[in-house]
Design a protein around this ligand. Sequence first.
Ligand code: AMP
Ligand code: ZN
Length: 466
Amino acid sequence: MAALRLYNTLSRQKEELRPLRAGVIRIYSCGPTVYRYVHIGNLRTFMLPDLLRRSLEYLGYRTEQVMNITDVGHLTDDTFDRGEDKMLVAARLESKSPEEIAEYYTQAFMEDAALVNIRPADHNPRATQYIAQMIELIEKLIAGGHAYEVGGTVYYDIGSFATYGRLSRNTTDKLLAGSRGEVDPRKRHPGDFTLWKAAGEHRVQVWPSPWGPGFPGWHIECSAMSMSLLGTTFDIHTGGADNVFPHHEAELAQSEGVTGHRVVNLWLHGGLLMLAGARMAKSAGNFFRITELVDQGFDPLAFRYLALQAKYRTKLNFSTEGLAGADRALALLRERVAQWSAGADAISHQEELDAFEARFRAALEDDLDLPAAMALVSEVTHSSLPAGGKAELLRRWDRVLGLDLDRVAPNVALPGGAQALLEARERARAAKDFETSDRLRDELAAIGVAVTDTAEGQRWKAAPHK
Ligand code: AMP
Ligand code: ZN
């Protein structure tokens, strides 16, 4: 099996992926907070593990993926400490229960993800179903000297974890210097984060615990769900670049604090999606939902096409013009694949096909270099390969790209029987039987398919169906 190299945020370098269990790569991905719709920035982050899984499977691995659903609405330590609860705010505004809100937006997330061909994870655990496991972890952290309780709230003691800050390259001193505003006087260190929060005024989304009624912090969720479902060591953890600190730094300290050993082999982070120079964010209100783009007439997979053209780790500036370009390019590519599919077979060019295939695999193996893979798509398009060979390669690669290259826009779809006639004509032309090829052209014209002969082979145009 080929060696895949991935950039590990922890080591700041590309590392060869060595499966912890033979043949299967276990992946944990931070999922959405379901108090409102996901935006296309979130979708870019969720597309990373999808591309990772598709690439791994293409290269011969099996994968198992967990993506959590955060249905307890404490977004960040900041809002958390101010007692602001997004789930509850949403519930109040829409006069629904937090459970109804969570269920509604979970479904919306699944539908939006499906629109951009993000395959569902194998498991989608809900945070509210893992409260017992979170409490158990917190108890272990207290017993191990990594956490302390004050007035029903439990904090992680970052001073107790010698390598705290390693993932995000923050030292505890820098954290101290960087802390602004009022510091919770109950904390031993201003950088200590909350594992369990006393309920206070809250009446809903509150659970009993050894420290009294309350609710869990955001970070402990992912320690509990990842280790419950994937075990205390697994291969890859994914998230957006904004998750590195504090979320993943905290998760690492929690999980390793409990187990005493490395839990995540490789940390993979996707670059942020930007809009007019600012990070696309729910809170700032500068975001698009994928369905808005569909309403504007774009194919949702044009967004996927756009995302594939940037390295997953880099920031990507979103613009409607950029999307329009991707939309046109995708439509043209599909049309070509449809045309080439009517071409002759490619056995005579096996070596050239194999060379392209090897380069495609090498691109995936080099830290998921999808822009390089897309450049190969373009190279194949303009190559001298026979039409059938081009179609075969692109359709095969689409298992990774997920662009539905086989889908033909309705206005260029072939009428029934036309495909067989086109193939017969391609064969006739290859055999220089021009009498037959002319007759077939007339037959095709009669059913509304206009055929022209070009240097790249025959091209057709179908009249729109009634
Ligand atoms: P949230 O629902 O806010 O917890 O976000 C879900 C995921 O989307 C997180 O893993 C974030 O890292 C990611 N995310 C948030 N904003 C962006 C953005 N502008 N670009 C890419 N990913 C983002
Ligand atoms: Zn997480």
